[in-house]
Structures are given as C-alpha cells and as structure tokens.
Design a protein around this ligand. Structure first.
Ligand code: NOJ
Length: 545
C-alpha cells in the first residue's frame, strides 16, 4: 500500500527521498561469473524494499571497456554484456517500480570511452577533419609538436593530453582527457555532442527511469583558447572548470526532464568548494539536487559538521532544491574506516597506504553518522554496503587492483577499489552468497567478509542493517522527519542536537564524555545503548520530545 503511494506520479517524491546507490559490478552476481549483474539486482530487490529506499541510482551500466569502472562509456544504448541486456534493464526498472522503487541512471557527459564510435572515427580521421571537432584534438607545442598543449592536471593525477599516432606511424596530434587517457573529453561547443546527450536522456527517460545522476557536471565547458591555469580566475572563467557556459546545458536538460508526465530528475555530481557557485547548479531551471560533498568530506567533529550543516541550509535557502546528505559513494573511503582515523576528513589527494585505523571506533561513529544524516531535512543517499557497515578493504593481494587513480599515482594512492568489493549476502560459502557458483569475485573479498553478511544482519536487531532499516522506516513514519522544520538545540561542546518539528529531537555525541539528554518522553532509536540515561561518546539518539 505504502509503496504504491510512493510511486504516485505527479508528486515531488524526491524531496526527502532515500536514494540507494548500486554499483552493479559488486552488488549481486546471478550468472555466477564473479561480476555482479542486473539479474543479480533483480533477485535482491527484496533487500532494497525491506531497507525501505525510494530509488536506486545505478553507476554506469552501459557497454564499456571498464577502464574506469564504467565511467568510460562506449555505447549508452546498450548494457555492458557483463551486466546483462537492455531487456534486463527494462525488467529491472519495472520490477523495482512495482515495489515502489524508482530508478536513476548515470550520465557521463564530460567524456566517452576511447572505444566509442565517435572517438574511433576521430582517430581514423586526419587532423582538421570535422570528426575530430567533437573532441579536443590539438597540435603539440614546441619543435615537432612534441610538447603537451597545456599543463593542466588530470583529476586522476598526471597530465591531461595523450599523443596520437598517424597512419604513417608518426606521432600526430594530442587529445585532451581530464581523467584517464581512455576517457577523451568531449567538446561541448559541438552541436552533435549536445544533441546526442539530449537523445540519450530521452532514451532512458522513455524507458521509465525517474532521473539521471550527472557525472563531473561542472567540468564540461572548456575555454577554446586552452590557456594555462593561473593563480586566480574570475568566477566562471577558469579554463576547464565551473565555466558559466555549462549552465546552458542543464537548462536544456531541465526542459527535457520537465516535459515528462512525471517530471524526471537531474542530480548533479558537482565538486565545488564555493557554496555560492555550487547552488548556481540548483537554480529553478537547472538541476533538482546535487551531492553535498562539503558535508561528506568533513571530519568527525561537532563544530566542523555543524558548520557544514549551517552552510548547507544557508546556501540552499536561495533555491528550492533540497539539501542532500551523503556519507560515501564508490569514490570515497568507507565511513567505518574513515571515521576510525585520527584525521577523519576526506580528500582525494590524501588517501595513503598504512594509515592507522580503529575500526571499532569507526563503526560506532558511522552508526551515529547514519542517524545524524537520516534526521536532517532533505534527501538521504546510501551507498551499497554502508547499510552493512562494511569497512574499506585495504589489503588486496598484489595485482588485483583496477582503479586508474592507483596506477596514475605511481601506486602511492590506494585508489578506490577498497570501497567497491562485492557485497557479502550470506555468512558462509566461497563468495559469501555473492553468487551461487563460488566463482571468485572480480575483486577478492577478505576472509572475514561473511561477518558482515546481509542475511545474518537481518535477524540481529543490533546490527547495522537493522539500524538503517529502522531509521528509514521512522524517516517515513515520523511526520516531523517528513517536513522541513529544523532548529538547533543548546548543548554542551562536542554535542550536536536539533529539533525536527514539534516532537522529535536528534542528539549526536561527538565528544569524549557522556552527554546529558534533553527532557524527553521516549527514545525512538539509538546507535548505541544509553548509559544511565545519558548518551555515550560517538553515538546518536532520536528522542520523542
Ligand atoms: C566521477 C565518478 O564518480 C568517478 O568514479 C569517475 O572516475 C569520474 N567521475 C570520471 O568519470
């Protein structure tokens, strides 16, 4: 009954939705080849329905050589054969919707795979041929064109240009890639690029997907003069980042999204430190929401988190888009590990091997963080496996890592494989229920992985999974949590507390000492047992007040 209501068209279902991120390669493997697939997700839909999520966001499931975990798309209109077929995707979208769960797909507009037909055509064409204009082909500098055209830095480290070889075997032009060389950047001033992406949006919206998550959304526009990056650039005039022209793209996309009977969603992956620049992407004729990375990257510190929450509300006050709350995703060190470190903030460039970690402490804090984020007004994102309390896997055997971030750092950065390990569904068996065949998983699971199994956690009321389920259930049933009202409550230093509506208070203790609780008539949910009526360190509680 409730799920049918959630699926009712014409309502802004997303304003306080819970959106679960599926990394299909690592979710569940139905065909037993060691790689997750869409049939595996279909089989495990009951887990997601029980968890109570409103929508699934799938990282790219399209045909791809997987040079960057699918963010190198070779064909948007086909599913990667490792994951299944277009019919599987259509069946999954329908079956999920029958359970009241909508689907969001990932669109990667900044670049394509070097195996994409357009790039292959461009490579085969001569310099100056229009086929090259869909990308950023450029002559090199210096004698013989041997030097890179600009000294821009790739988001994966290293430079952003790769030289091509001509049909005569001689070195040719260079092409731009802000990520790996297998991900050539598209030229967004070319009309084909815009038209193709608009067609791709319609292709998936027509198949019933409720929205798109937009990858690297602030990076599409480049200064055609290709200047070097200077010390300072006027806002909107950086050579390759957050340029003002990019907003035109999303205005056009919004018109397409709004043209559907149930308007479709645009969700932005927008990494920007400046909140005012960030919310420009959320103006009423652009995206519906964007991931709150400011909050996600903050350390486990009361003032730091409070400041981020305040800044989020202040910047969102200017737009009608809801705030979002995100603890992690497929690019980020798992919260259980991150919060167990002395420096629990997150920065891509600061991931290092061998950082001492207290996983028990991290797990306590990740549970408290789950209650904190689930109690805030706005949209909650949950990355697969965080509901099981999975830690980052840090001790892979030699030679199994795949993430280009690791390789491009010369092996200094562990990369992002550690948060992408296939999920454990059962306590036992060679792949802990990831598949039935026992075929090894594409990234090895640690030997103790079975202790996090979803099936065992489901019947343990103290488990991570039970905490997430109950939090999401209350988010839906508590009127205060469905509204937007929010007010801070006075607390001791190191403690965060806020009221939602008339009768609900969330208290989070980030300090060292037991924290007193405000007057209340009952505790609805706690991340750890209260001690003598007080909240222990690194714990959170939801109170009826
Ligand atoms: C952001 C995605 O989340 C990440 O996984 C990917 O490597 C880059 N964009 C490039 O597409």
């Amino acid at each position: 009954m409730q799920s049918a209501q959630r699926a009712r068209p014409g309502t802004e279902w997303w304003r306080n939705a819970v959106i679960y991120q599926v990394y299909p390669r690592s979710f569940a493997d139905a065909d037993g080849d060691g790689t997750g697939d869409l049939a595996g997700v279909r089989r495990r839909l009951p887990h997601l329905a029980e968890l109570g999520v409103d929508a699934l966001w799938f990282t790219p499931w399209y045909r791809s050589p997987q040079a960057d975990g699918g963010y190198d798309v070779a064909d948007y209109r086909q599913i990667d054969p490792a994951f299944g077929t277009l019919e599987d995707a259509e069946a999954l979208i329908t079956e999920a919707l029958e359970l009241g769960i909508r689907t969001i797909v990932d669109i990667v507009p900044n670049h394509v795979s070097d195996q994409h037909a357009w790039f292959q055509e461009a490579l085969a064409a001569a310099p100056g041929d229009p086929a090259r204009d869909r990308f950023w082909f450029h002559d090199g500098r210096g004698p013989g064109g041997d030097e890179i055209p600009t000294n821009w830095t790739s988001s994966f480290g290293g430079n952003t240009w790769t030289r091509t070889t001509g049909p005569d075997g001689k070195p040719g032009q260079w092409y731009l890639h802000m990520f790996a060389p297998q991900q050539p950047d598209l030229n967004w001033s070319h009309p084909d690029v815009a038209a193709e992406h608009e067609a791709v949006l319609r292709f998936w919206y027509d198949r019933g997907v409720a929205g798109v998550r937009i990858d690297s959304a602030s990076m599409l526009a480049k200064d055609p003069e290709l200047p070097e990056v200077g010390e300072h650039h006027a806002p909107g005039a950086h050579p390759h980042f957050d340029r003002d022209e990019v907003h035109e793209v999303y205005r056009r996309w919004r018109k397409i999204a709004d043209s559907y009977d149930e308007p479709r969603l645009l969700v932005g992956e927008v990494w920007l430190e400046d909140n005012d620049r960030f919310v420009r992407y959320l103006r009423d004729d652009e995206m519906h929401m964007a991931f709150n990375f400011d909050f996600m990257t903050r350390p486990w510190d009361a003032e730091a988190l409070a400041e981020s929450i305040r800044a989020t509300f202040a910047s969102h006050a200017a737009v009608s888009a809801p705030p979002t709350w995100v603890l992690s995703n497929h690019d980020i060190t798992r919260p259980v590990t991150r919060y167990g470190r002395e420096d629990s903030s997150f920065a891509f460039s600061a991931k290092r091997f061998g950082t001492p970690t207290d996983l028990a402490l991290g797990a306590r804090r990740a549970r408290a963080a789950a209650l904190l984020t689930a109690a805030l007004p706005g949209v909650l994102y949950v990355y697969q496996g965080d509901e099981l309390g999975l830690p980052e896997v840090e001790d892979f055997p030699e030679g199994v890592r795949e993430d280009p971030m690791h390789f491009r750092s010369g092996g200094v950065d562990p990369g992002r494989d550690g948060c992408r390990v296939p999920l454990p569904w059962s306590a036992d068996g060679p792949t802990f229920g990831f598949n039935d065949t026992g075929t090894s998983t594409w990234l090895p699971q640690p030997s103790g992985w079975g202790s996090f199994a979803a099936e065992s956690q489901a019947s343990d009321s103290d488990s991570f999974l039970s905490l997430y389920r109950e939090a999401i259930r209350l988010r839906r049933s508590e009127p205060a949590l469905r509204g937007e009202a929010f007010a801070w409550t006075e607390t001791a230093p190191g403690v965060l507390a806020f009221r939602r509506g008339e009768d609900f208070t969330c208290v989070v203790n980030l300090g060292d000492a037991l924290a007193d609780l405000p007057a209340h008539t009952g505790a609805l949910l706690a991340s750890a047992p209260l001690e003598g009526g007080r909240l222990p360190a690194d714990a959170a509680v939801w109170l009826r007040t």
